[in-house]
Design a protein around this ligand. Structure first.
Ligand code: ADP
Ligand code: MG
Length: 240
């Protein structure tokens, strides 16, 4: 579904991604772990061109979306993204947060969008909040809304950037359960996370990033129980 070739990204003199080659397959759940500042978010943001790569290719469903002649908007609709800080519109109700993008960008009729929105809200336990404004929601509820907003666009893949890092501990599980549900349904997922137990549980593959490269990758068992790379070993010894 996504193939990355020799992806590099610099901010001024700082080379953050130094040549990444990677493939994400349909239906796969891929977790990205690694120290703070290692380029995890930058890599994720390059996958949907929120950051423009300095060099290399990002081939999404056969099209190199890093090519400047490509209209990114139509492709980006197929790539959902959920950030650490819940990206919801404060001035719209919960239901309006969900319906606005499908009605504007996909020209979905309002009634259909509302029906879809209510179905999705019910699935994440938020239907009773549909007419509230986001300020009335807890962090965990806002994050579940952010996930539903992404789902309403029927994405082919969802990118999660530390979706639970800004949550109070008691809210983490509800959000992880929603993500786990998506994984169980076969959604293609790329997730940057510090929740190692969760990564171990849901991932088909785990990537360890450090120093601008994917240093090591493998199954959760390979990475968490039998890491080979010295940097992976050091990192895991600090976080496990
Ligand atoms: P991680 O998500 O692994 O913590 P990031 O991808 O956020 O790492 O950042 C990697 C490096 O790139 C850091 O040194 C960070 O300061 C730098 N960086 C990230 N975004 C920008 C930006 N927009 N401008 C300048 N430097 C940035
Ligand atoms: Mg980050």
């Amino acid at each position: 579904m996504i193939k990355v070739e020799n992806l590099t990204k610099s901010f001024g003199d700082l080379e953050v991604l130094k040549g990444i080659n990677e493939e994400i397959h349909e239906g796969e759940v891929v977790s990205i772990i690694g120290p703070s500042g290692s380029g995890k978010s930058t890599f994720l943001r390059c996958l949907n061109l929120l950051e423009v790569p300095t060099d290399g290719k990002v081939i999404f469903e056969g099209v190199n979306i890093a090519d400047k002649s490509v209209n990114i908007d139509t492709h980006r609709q197929k790539i959902g993204m959920v950030f650490q800080h819940f990206n919801v519109f404060p001035h719209l109700t919960v239901l309006e947060n969900i319906t606005i993008t499908p009605t504007l960008e996909l020209k979905m009729p309002k009634e259909e969008a509302e029906k879809l929105g209510c179905e999705l809200l019910a699935k994440v336990g938020l239907l009773d909040k549909k007419d509230e404004y986001p300020r009335k929601l807890s962090g965990g509820q806002k994050q579940r809304l952010a996930i539903v907003r992404a789902l309403a666009m029927h994405p082919d893949v969802i990118l999660f950037d530390e979706p639970t890092s800004a949550l109070d501990p008691e809210m983490v599980k509800d959000v992880l359960d929603v993500i786990k549900g998506l994984a169980d349904q076969g959604m293609t997922i790329v997730i940057v996370t510090h929740e190692m137990a969760f990564a171990k549980q849901i991932s088909d593959r785990v990537l360890f990033m450090d120093g601008g490269y994917i240093q090591e990758q493998g199954t959760p068992d390979q990475i968490f129980n039998h890491p080979q790379n010295q940097r992976t070993i050091e990192f895991l010894s600090k976080v496990l």
